[in-house]
Design a protein around this ligand. Structure first.
Ligand code: ZN
Length: 214
């Protein structure tokens, strides 16, 4: 993987996320900004088989600059959602995943996800061990593109978070560059999974342990 080739990077990361269970069944994806060009995977294709030449290039307004040579490929349905994080947060990369951990977290906490006092919280921008991470949850829609307005509102209303959960669907996560988006996505996913396991054990993940510093 050459970090200077964003097309290869999008293909490589899609394959990686597929094997993590975040992009199976053609779902999920990642887009990466480099300068004033944004690289996005095509829609409705097997994410582990994307080739660098299948990747779209769009401008900062979301207009296609360079379509792939294969004219049958369509731009990802996530494009307007990715653009919300690029515009509102100046993100360098945005990731969308269909992780079961994210979907399960929205079933257990349908409006807002909260967790505190877990080491992996430190992997998230602006958070320490003692802090409570909060992630907004927005309702799912029949078509991915119809999530754009509520995702944009959730991003605006929650400046402390770099993730938005979608009910019964998955999560959008971003970062200042692809490395940051990837590591934050891994930390969020770890927290979603652990929180569900804590709840199954009768532990409320949003409650600080006894005697903890507040
Ligand atoms: Zn999706």
């Amino acid at each position: 993987m050459t970090e200077t080739d964003p097309r290869a990077l999008v293909a490589e990361l899609c394959r990686h996320f597929y094997f993590q269970g975040w992009a199976t069944g053609t779902g999920g994806g990642i887009s990466i900004k480099q300068g004033d060009r944004i690289y996005m995977a095509p829609s409705g294709v097997q994410k582990e088989r994307i080739r660098p030449e299948d990747v779209f290039v769009v401008d900062l307004d979301g207009a296609v600059l360079e379509p792939p040579a294969d004219a049958s490929l369509k731009l990802t349905a996530c494009a307007p959602l990715f653009m919300a994080a690029f515009r509102q947060r100046d993100a360098g990369a945005v990731l969308h995943g269909h992780s079961q951990h994210a979907a399960l977290a929205t079933l257990l906490w349908p409006e807002r996800f909260r967790i505190t006092h877990i080491e992996m919280i430190k992997g998230l921008r602006g958070y320490g061990y003692h802090d409570t991470v909060e992630v907004p949850v927005i309702p799912n829609t029949a078509h991915e593109c119809d999530l754009a307005d509520s995702l944009a509102e959730a991003i605006d209303a929650n400046p402390q978070t770099d993730a938005v959960l979608v009910q019964r669907h998955g999560v959008y996560v971003w970062g200042r560059d692809w490395q940051h988006a990837k590591t934050q996505a891994e930390c969020y996913d770890y927290l979603f999974e652990l929180a569900a396991r804590m709840k199954a054990c009768g532990i409320d993940p949003a409650v600080a342990p006894e005697g903890a510093r507040r």
